[in-house]
Design a protein around this ligand. Structure first.
Ligand code: TTP
Ligand code: CA
Ligand code: CA
Length: 606
């Protein structure tokens, strides 16, 4: 057989035997076939020049205005009209203005001390301001929510601030049955019952559904041309075309209601959807038919593929002295696994257009929220920390209150302050966060200030280069619970009661120590020991320390709790894989470094 494929390697039939899958009644009528569903259709929808578009919508500007979004001196987003002047993200703001004298440069909003809300100030300076991405997060949520509302039976996974994966498989099957109701019943004379193939698919009208990628053939004169696939459209093509219709409609709605144009890729899996989403931008969508997959993938430079950029791509390029996906197809699975580890199976499969990862909505509850600032000038006076704490507190207040609009009972269990000196040493302090109805900047700043005092201790001078303030353990209480008790576990209630702390809803319950870990042994606040609920050990003051006034004893006990809590916290952080929780480095981390094996070693950030 004459191979139509270009490139050094020849694809074998075996590599692509699933491009024209036989679709049976069972496939159409089942909704639980998961990633192996032969009717699976996935889209990736990405907003065009997103931050620039958000600023354009906010300022109610005409879409033809050349606009860039600036962060300090660099460009982070460039509108499509500005791209026509040859401006790219790589340009410095000065050079961009030279290329387009009418360019509108909007500096990203920033927080500044004393302001509750981020704003667009005249003079921004990294020494006094902190970038705010809140507008973009909000607009992003609006877009995601529109997609979710349009597809009650689809699965939507937010993949980044401006993109989402959409699993169209279920909505597409519903539409198929709506349009071709006779397919809902297996004909009495079907040879294999439910496992009989569907009748031949109807013709497809691809017009107005976007750019359709088809196989490319090279004719005798060496000219490339697109060709209709040999066997005509399949039911999977019908599924793609229905998803494309739905996607088109959603994109039009996002545009007319919110003002944003988007681009989408539609294909049989996430990897391919993402790849073809940027085929034609802006305001456009691309459909990759199964039979076009080999021709689409083969000439691609594999290092341009996100997963194969970086060290792994470098290693592959060096090992085999090749550059395109097609070139790598001659490498067998055994060989690639022996060189790059067992997990290299996914590389092998991606190169063949196979991706078995699910589209899955990440829990609506992000478990933590983090605001951080790398200080342009280190803090040396402990008293100078407060200004930054207020700035970070303002960001957390805004984000928590934004999130509470859709999740009114969202409440962070813990507030964590993390400070770092260069990259060597860092320290964290955490405390139970008070339950308050109105989480204001002041409430957060007060709690954080206490942590800051603990962290800096008696030091006259410090040298802090970055500060991070986080809420962790964000949880949503069951709806309908009226009392504050609803927010606590039994253990917490015992603890709160036994500590005789005030439980007025609006009164902060600021606890400077890590009280959430501990259950006092007696209900007496003057206890001389406590039982740690984590390790179940009784931690007691030593003989001589248990004497003196009740305040002194309580103080010493608090210190002991705090130290013991730090031990658990350091342990938890060291064991944590949650990137949004800062991992202590240097002396505070006891984590052993394990040498990663196989493919994993290509993903280690240095
Ligand atoms: P992208 O989707 O990569 O780019 P874009 O939306 O600006 O343009 P395109 O039309 O080509 O998709 O990124 C989304 C937003 O993320 C972008 O508007 C700004 C922000 N961003 C940064 O802040 N820094 C970066 O290095 C990148 C790549 C993006
Ligand atoms: Ca984008
Ligand atoms: Ca993007």
């Amino acid at each position: 057989m004459n191979s139509p494929w270009k490139g050094k390697a020849k694809a074998t039939n075996q590599d692509y035997d699933d491009l024209r899958p036989t679709i049976t009644y069972r496939h159409l009528l089942s909704n639980n076939l998961g990633v192996r569903d032969p009717l699976r259709v996935i889209a990736l929808c990405d907003s065009d020049a997103f931050y620039a578009a958000c600023e354009r919508v906010r300022l109610e500007l005409d879409p033809s205005v050349p606009l860039v979004v600036q962060q300090w001196e660099s460009l982070i987003a460039v509108s499509y009209p500005a791209r026509e002047f040859g401006i790219s993200r790589m340009d410095k703001i000065k050079d961009a203005k030279k290329k387009c004298p009418n360019l509108l440069a909007v500096h990203v909003a920033t927080y500044k001390e004393g302001e509750k809300e981020p704003g667009y100030w005249k003079d921004v300076d990294t020494r006094t301001h902190k970038v705010s991405l809140d507008l973009y997060r909000r607009e992003s949520n609006k877009i995601i929510n529109m997609i979710k509302e349009a597809l009650p039976t689809g699965e939507v996974e937010k993949a980044s601030i401006d993109e989402a994966f959409i699993d169209f498989t279920r909505p597409v099957k519903e539409k198929l049955l709506e349009r071709y109701p006779h397919l809902a019943k297996v004909p009495a004379n079907a040879p294999n019952g439910t496992d009989s193939p569907l009748p031949p698919p109807p013709p497809i009208h691809w017009d107005d559904l976007g750019a359709v990628l088809l196989p490319e053939r090279v004719d005798n004169a060496g000219e490339q041309s697109n060709v209709e696939v040999d066997g005509g459209p399949t039911w999977h093509d019908v599924a793609l075309s229905i998803a494309a219709e739905l996607m088109q409609k959603i994109r039009e709605d996002i545009h007319s209601k919110l003002g944003y144009t988007t681009s989408a890729g539609i294909a049989r899996n996430k990897f391919l959807a993402k790849l073809c989403a940027s085929y034609k931008k802006p305001n456009s969508q691309t459909i990759l038919r199964n039979e076009a997959i080999p021709d689409y993938l083969h000439p691609l430079a594999f290092q341009k593929i996100r997963f194969l950029g970086g060290k792994l791509g470098d290693a592959l390029a060096k090992e085999y002295d090749v550059s395109t996906v097609g070139d790598l197809l001659t490498v067998s699975l055994d060989e690639i696994q022996s060189k790059f580890g067992e997990n290299a199976l996914w590389v092998y499969e991606f190169l063949r257009g196979i991706d078995r990862t699910e589209v899955k909505e990440k829990s609506a509850l992000f478990k933590s929220m983090l605001a951080s600032k790398n200080l342009p000038k280190p803090i040396t006076q402990p008293s100078d920390g407060h200004q930054w704490i207020r700035v970070l507190a303002a960001e957390l207040a805004l984000r928590l209150n934004d999130a509470r609009e859709s999740m009114p009972t969202l409440w962070p269990k813990t507030i964590v302050l993390h400070a770092r000196k260069g990259y060597e040493t860092s320290r964290s302090k955490q405390a139970t966060f008070p339950y308050v109805r109105n989480v204001t900047v002041d409430v957060i700043a007060t709690a954080a200030d206490k942590l800051w005092k603990e962290l800096t201790g008696d030091a006259k001078t410090v040298n802090i280069t970055s500060i991070q303030l986080a809420f962790t353990g964000l949880e949503m209480a069951e709806m309908g619970q009226k009392s504050i008790e609803g927010f606590f576990t039994t253990r917490d209630i015992q603890q709160q009661t036994s500590l005789k702390r005030s439980r007025e809803e609006d009164e902060p319950l600021v606890s400077p120590e890590n009280t959430d870990l501990f259950l006092p042994k007696s209900s007496d606040v003057e206890a001389v020991s406590f039982e740690c609920t984590r390790c179940r050990k009784t931690i007691a003051l030593r003989e001589g320390q248990a004497t003196g006034g009740p305040n002194e004893v309580a103080q010493r006990l608090a210190t002991l709790r705090s130290e013991h809590g730090d031990f658990h916290f350091a342990q938890d952080l060291a064991n944590s894989n949650d990137e949004s929780v800062p991992v202590p480095r240097g002396s505070s981390s006891k984590r052993k470094k394990l040498e990663p094996k196989g493919i994993a070693k290509f993903f280690i950030r240095k």
